[in-house]
Design a protein. Structure first.
Length: 476
């Protein structure tokens, strides 16, 4: 992963609910946006996010680098190397117009650049000032730190890194801004996911991909993110974070491609679906695609002319999303925009019913209503549109274009469950648990059919309630 960006959510009051949606709200889906020269595949990124995929999520735009002297320098669209997606007022305005939150990503190339920054107090102060003032001036939500030298830290590098994170967090928070920090697909380095949050980060992202670079020489190339490897990493990262703060963890998922030669000794990464379409042997024939799909990762893999190819299509991306959601993750970040890379299924054929174990009746939007504040209930399953819910990439449960919502952003037992205009804040985010219960991300309480373990007649309404494991809280 080479760069990223997230967006700020303007405060929006919901007077009827007594809730405020503002910059502190967690976002369900983030996308990385990196600069490139004219004609590069990244140039198609704005046309991709223009489809509304980040409308309630975050875009992370790489507008800053740290140079070899440890100074923060802008990636300007006037520079030929950053002509596409580099900073310009027009580009920043376009990012803001298509997302709820926006982040200025700052990246660097090597450990030496990092040491010149984090090991020099004057450079740290200058970088904090530059990043904070720039991000505030363009109206973005915060800053995204993408330094990737964790495996090479020695001496004071680790301590200096955390010092910089804390100083940047303090500077941003004083300005009303937020801090996002990117971390490695590894739980054995000096980068500790809980420690980064304790140092002041508002969210921490694990880049759960790039296992291909660990391919044994002469062996079959590994996938971007095998399912068992993903499970190990996400479980390990969450174990480093206090249970009350795990909603601040973000899983980075791959939507990209690579090609490898010389028995995986030489890997060309950060390729796109557009690149794959030009590769020898590429096909969209369903039978061939199915035969090439790796059961251990969902990815499409084949060899041709001595080169091994691997890419993540929509099916693979959806499967990786489902895996991390089962592990309790409520926010994901996707690498990367540009080149026609995959995006999540928007819902065609993926909605489903939720049947209460207690009654055999379905989670129901009465009368297929679309009005905000309509109370949810259970009713005999009839296959109606109001009984088919889509579990979104942002961890929302959607029906007829509205989201399942805990009224007033309340976390109290007995809070009514309604539908409301989607804004992907924590009171609209839900987590599927292994026992079949569904818990609110904000409250930790269960989606409950009122009345205890009794079957419940048609029209019995839903509420939040402490999890008991009883049948009226289990959904099939």
């Amino acid at each position: 992963m080479l760069g990223a960006a997230l967006v700020a959510v303007p405060a929006a009051s919901d007077a009827a609910f007594g809730a405020t949606v503002g910059p502190s709200a967690q976002t369900g889906v983030q996308e990385w946006l990196y600069p490139g020269k004219t004609g590069s595949v990244t140039c198609t990124a704005p046309s991709e996010y223009a489809d509304g995929r980040a409308r309630s999520g975050a875009l992370k735009a790489e507008y800053y680098d740290i140079n070899g002297d440890g100074y923060a320098v802008q990636r300007l669209a006037t520079d030929p190397a950053s002509a596409c997606n580099g900073y310009s007022p027009a580009n920043a305005a376009d990012v803001k117009a298509h997302s709820a939150q926006q982040y200025t990503t700052v990246s660097l190339a090597d450990l030496s650049s990092e040491e010149h920054l984090t090991g020099n107090p004057a450079n740290r102060v200058a970088a904090v000032s530059a990043l904070t003032s720039f991000t505030k001036a363009i109206g973005f939500t915060g800053v995204d730190v993408d330094f990737e030298n964790y495996w090479s830290w020695a001496g004071d590098d680790e301590a200096n890194y955390y010092t910089f994170v804390t100083e940047l967090a303090n500077g941003l928070h004083r300005a009303g801004l937020r801090l996002l920090v990117e971390g490695p697909p590894d739980v054995t380095t000096g980068f500790d996911y809980g420690r980064v949050l304790a140092a002041g980060a508002d969210q921490v992202v694990m880049m759960v991909y790039d296992d291909e670079y660990q391919s044994p020489a002469g062996a079959t190339c590994l996938a971007f993110s095998p399912y068992d490897w993903m499970t190990y990493l996400v479980t390990g990262a969450l174990a480093q974070i206090p249970s009350t703060q795990r909603d601040r963890f973000v899983a980075g998922l791959p939507a990209e491609a690579y090609a490898a030669t010389d028995s995986c000794r030489t890997i060309t990464g950060n390729l796109t679906v557009q690149d794959m379409r030009a590769a020898p042997g590429f096909t969209e024939d369903p039978a061939i695609v199915a035969a090439r799909r790796d059961p251990g990762s969902g990815e499409i893999r084949w060899s041709s002319g001595g080169t091994f190819y691997d890419y993540v299509d929509q099916t693979a991306l959806d499967s990786k999303l489902a895996l991390v959601q089962r592990l309790g993750v409520t926010t994901v970040s996707v690498w990367a925009l540009g080149g026609g890379n995959a995006w999540f299924d928007r819902g065609t054929g993926t909605s489903r019913t939720y049947t209460s174990q207690a009654s055999g009746r379905c989670l129901d939007d009465p009368g297929n209503a679309t009005a905000d504040r309509t109370r949810m209930d259970i009713h005999d399953c009839a296959g109606a549109a109001g009984q088919r819910f889509l579990y979104g990439a942002d961890s929302t449960l959607q029906v007829l274009g509205k989201c399942l919502d805990a009224t007033g952003a309340s976390t109290k037992p007995g809070t009514a469950i309604i539908i409301y205009t989607c804004h992907a804040t924590p009171n609209q985010q839900w987590a599927h648990q292994p026992d079949g219960s569904i818990t609110g991300v904000q409250s930790g309480l269960c989606l409950d059919v009122t009345g205890g373990a009794s079957a419940g007649p048609n029209g019995t309404e839903l509420e939040l309630w402490p999890c008991t494991g009883k049948a009226n809280q289990i959904w099939r």
